[in-house]
Ligand binder design. Structure first.
Ligand code: ADP
Length: 434
């Protein structure tokens, strides 16, 4: 929740919306106060009329002021009449609250003062040196209604304007969201992802440049793969010939050592070729409906005799999925080989689990071996990445297994995740979304 709030607060969209809203409110406030000031200065006719009205009201109350006459007068409208001085009384709307705090002086002639706020008027008329008559005029029902109507109308207009700003900003900033999605896709290896090119101006230019950059990147990477495929292919044939020749020679210590090196080179080239081929998706994947329960049981059975052993946890029914069984077998074998290879002699058995879950069909390979340091986790699927050389010298890998494994999983439209704790073990999770 806190993360979402921080994201919303930091988003460019929120900031622009905020700046525009504050701008609109500020412009409205300045315009309104200018208008009110201007109106106050120029409303001389109305102010003179109010002074005459105040005088006439005071005359009707009489001199000295009569409470009975004031009562009769107050009955004519929503009004309160107060006498302040040696004698004091209040008549009329005695219960109603008058917005005294907000009253603003409007005009004054011959000691008669007019104060007002939102259709509430206070007329102060001096009776003599010690007494003052105060007439508080409340807005009538119709005026109140007009005021309320004005308030609601302003609120609705403000909401409408803000909604329109929101829609406009969303519309104009959409390319930024598309660009962010595009950048994430390219970061995750989807080099053929292209961002929608819409609109005009700088954002359009940025989108076009981004797409050109992705195309260039894709061409470069594709070229590299083709080169790798070509070179590996070309290297394999003479190497195989050399190996056969050497095997036919007398097996001295030297030729045995050369043979071992050549075999290693051959294994490496085969891995390279498999990896490169897998990237050509059409070549790589031949889907057919496959019973995963059976596939996993059969391939895992082969590890029964190996230390530290294996626990197979699959559903009792056939869980079927459209996959390339050979490629998935290859990927799972690589994970199981690693799990066995990196288990310690006294580690608990490796586990392979198959489940149908909310997020999709999940295969988990868990070991309780040496684990992987946190800094290596993000690089694990990169080609030729090995956690550390000394480890690899013992286990003899080229750092291509997991890269190939991810290529296979990607080609199936599935995801692979890894979690690991050094000295406690590692979990690889493959999820086929449904
Ligand atoms: P390799 O053939 O060298 O094992 P991988 O691509 O299969 O290459 O693995 C890359 C690196 O990840 C390995 O060098 C190894 O250190 C580490 N690794 C892979 N799987 C595990 C595991 N289950 N436990 C610990 N380390 C692992």
């Amino acid at each position: 929740m806190a993360k979402v709030c921080r994201k919303v607060r930091q988003s460019l969209f929120t900031k622009l919306a905020l700046v525009l809203t504050v701008g609109i409110i500020a412009i409205n406030a300045v315009t309104f106060s200018l208008y009110v000031n201007q109106k106050r200065e120029h409303d001389t006719t109305l102010n003179r009329g109010l002074i005459i009205y105040a005088r006439s009201l005071a005359e009707q109350v009489g001199s000295p002021p009569s409470k009975a006459r004031a009562e009769a007068l107050a009955r004519q409208g929503p009004m309160r009449i107060t006498l302040k001085g040696a004698q004091s009384w209040v008549v009329g709307e005695t219960e109603k609250r008058f917005p005294e705090r907000f009253l603003e002086p409007r005009f004054s002639i011959d000691g008669i003062e007019v104060l007002n706020i939102h259709e509430n008027y206070r007329l102060r008329v001096p009776v003599d040196a010690h007494a003052t008559l105060i007439f508080d005029l409340f807005p009538t029902q119709a005026q109140r209604f007009a005021l309320k109507k004005f308030g609601w109308f302003s609120l609705a207009a403000t909401c409408l304007v803000m909604f329109l700003i929101y829609c406009a900003l969303r519309h104009y900033l959409r390319p930024i969201q598309w660009l962010t999605e595009g950048a994430s896709a390219v970061r995750d290896g989807e080099l053929d992802y292209r961002v929608r090119e819409k609109g005009t101006g700088e954002l359009r230019e940025l989108t076009e440049t981004f797409n050109q950059m992705s195309t260039r990147l894709e061409t470069l990477v594709e070229g590299q793969r083709e080169l790798l495929l070509g070179v590996s292919h070309e290297l394999r044939t003479p190497l195989t010939r050399l190996k056969l020749r050497l095997e036919m020679l007398d097996t001295t210590a030297d030729t045995a050592a050369i043979c071992t090196n050549i075999r290693q080179m051959e294994a490496m080239i085969t891995s390279l070729l498999d990896t490169a081929k897998m990237h050509r998706e059409a070549d790589g994947i031949r889907r057919r409906t496959t019973d995963l329960t059976r596939l996993i049981t059969e391939l895992a059975e082969a590890y029964r005799e190996q230390a530290p052993g294996i626990i197979i946890d699959v559903p009792s029914y056939a869980l079927t999925l459209d996959i390339d069984p050979d490629k998935i077998t290859m990927a799972l074998n690589m994970l199981l080989d690693n799990a066995m290879k990196y288990s310690k002699p006294d580690s608990p058995a490796v586990e392979i689990t198959l489940r149908r879950q909310d997020q999709g069909i999940t295969i988990v390979v868990r070991d309780y071996g040496i684990g992987i340091p946190e800094k290596s986790i993000n690089h694990l699927f990169e080609p030729f990445y090995r956690v550390d050389e000394s480890r690899t010298r013992e286990t003899g890998g080229y750092g291509l297994g997991l890269h190939l494994c991810r290529s296979i999983v990607d080609a199936h439209g599935a995801d692979i995740h890894v979690e690991s704790t050094p000295d406690q073990g590692t979990v690889f999770r493959i999820v086929f979304p449904q």
